[in-house]
Design a protein around this ligand. Structure first.
Ligand code: FE2
Length: 272
């Protein structure tokens, strides 16, 4: 349960940090199960069998089909230009997504223990639906940067309703790519939408062309077990992990089923 102060803080700054939200046993279960999932992942032996365009189309199709699957996304630096693997498979995965919270029994059991839906209701959502899960590895040395974005860009409803839950499975600091956010930035209009285009791929549409405010981002350095709740319009970012320490996180994104979910959103799923 959130206190009135916590709700007010979320409404004021667009995010809320709650320490000790997920316990060590739950964190370990999620991390161990991610390793089991990666064990079963069979990567394409030689990615260069595709031309660049073909590779892009295959990547798009794989991504667009991942809304109701458990899929594996690689770090760009995991494979060289000749298609040779530069790191072992377990070090090559950027993230797993996007339906393991429903399809994977271990993952589902842990996630179902967390009171995230109730938190959504406290923050004003009428009918919370956990639409998207991601296990983010932020691998040591090659864990890539995630550019400044608003989560409602990817899960668009009318009116906007997305709320993100970012769970620190390991300590996150400025050296291994902790979250960074623009306090109060959730009052900025939604800048972009990511949608399924007519060509069978996905594109960004500009909704608001004004530049991001030139204000410093807040470093959200948090210990393992911390939950960060993110308003869907809050601009946030994470730098590449140049350290030797991984920074695993699990994210869950909710939308309000009382709002209209866009038929051309990239993520389409019947799973509940
Ligand atoms: Fe995000």
């Amino acid at each position: 349960m959130l206190s009135e102060q916590q709700i007010a803080r979320f409404q004021h700054q667009g995010y809320l940090v709650i320490n000790d939200f997920i316990n060590a046993d739950q964190r370990q279960q999620l991390m161990s199960q991610a390793q089991v999932q990666v064990d079963g992942f069979q990567p394409v032996a030689n990615p260069t069998i595709f031309t660049t365009d073909q590779q892009q189309r295959v990547s798009d199709a794989y991504f667009l089909g991942s809304g109701d699957q458990i899929c594996f996304f690689l770090e760009p630096e995991a494979v060289d230009q000749k298609g040779q693997w530069l790191v072992p498979k377990h070090r090559a995965i950027n993230k797993i997504g996007h339906a393991q919270h429903i399809l994977d029994p271990v993952c589902k059991q842990v996630i179902d223990q967390l009171p995230t839906a109730g938190l959504c209701e406290q923050l004003g959502m009428q009918q919370p639906r956990a639409l998207q899960a991601m296990h983010i590895f932020k691998q040591p040395g090659i864990g890539g940067e995630v550019g400044l974005h608003q989560d409602s860009t990817f899960l668009y409803t009318q009116p906007l309703s997305c709320i993100g839950f970012w769970l620190a499975l390991e300590d996150a600091d400025r050296h291994n790519g902790c979250l960074q956010a623009l306090p109060g930035g959730h009052r900025i209009p939604l800048k972009q939408r990511f949608f399924r285009n007519q060509q069978g791929g996905a594109s960004f549409a500009t909704l608001d062309a004004s530049p991001w405010p030139e204000e410093p981002l807040q470093m959200l350095e948090v210990p393992a077990g911390t939950l960060i709740i993110l308003h869907g319009q809050l601009p946030h970012y994470s730098a590449a992990n140049t350290s030797g320490i991984s920074r695993q996180a699990f994210t869950l994104h909710y939308v309000d089923q009382a709002c209209a979910y866009a038929a051309d959103n990239w993520l389409q799923t019947d799973l509940v």
